[in-house]
Design a protein around this ligand. Structure first.
Ligand SMILES: [Zn+2]
Length: 132
């Protein structure tokens, strides 16, 4: 049932996907772990509309653990776009690692199946018949 060539073909397909995925991950040179929070604020003018409800903003606060301990930064509009990109890189990388773990597990399963088939072959070669 376990056709060796079929298993080999499946292993090669996983290896190709694994290689593509790893190269893709290594192409990423910058990413950011953290979250972006919109903030709305009041200004100093007592008659300003922000006092009656429409607050100023949004201003974005970047909360990040990239620098070790929790760190904050206030971002301007241009930086917000860049930060979103870097944060999404981080999510993509994490998804890539999850996929890689799955591929690796599939490879181990396939190779175990391959080994079983090869063991049977060795047994046959040595005149051992299986009584299943
Ligand atoms: Zn105001």
């Amino acid at each position: 049932m376990a056709d060796l060539e079929t298993i080999r073909r499946q292993v090669r397909a996983r290896l190709r996907e694994q290689g593509t995925l790893v190269r893709l991950l290594l192409r990423q040179r910058e990413q950011l772990q953290g979250s972006l929070f919109p903030r709305y604020g009041l200004c100093g003018k007592p008659t300003c509309g922000c006092r009656t409800g429409r607050r100023h903003g949004p201003y974005y606060v970047l909360s990040s653990r990239s620098a070790g301990r929790g760190a904050f930064a206030y971002l301007d509009a241009g930086e917000v776009t860049r930060a979103r990109g870097l944060l999404s890189h981080h999510r993509e990388f994490r998804r890539g690692l999850a996929r890689l773990r799955k591929i690796n597990a599939e490879l181990v399963t396939l190779l175990r199946r391959y080994q079983q088939a090869v063991i049977r072959r060795g047994g046959e070669r040595m005149g051992i018949s299986s009584h299943a």
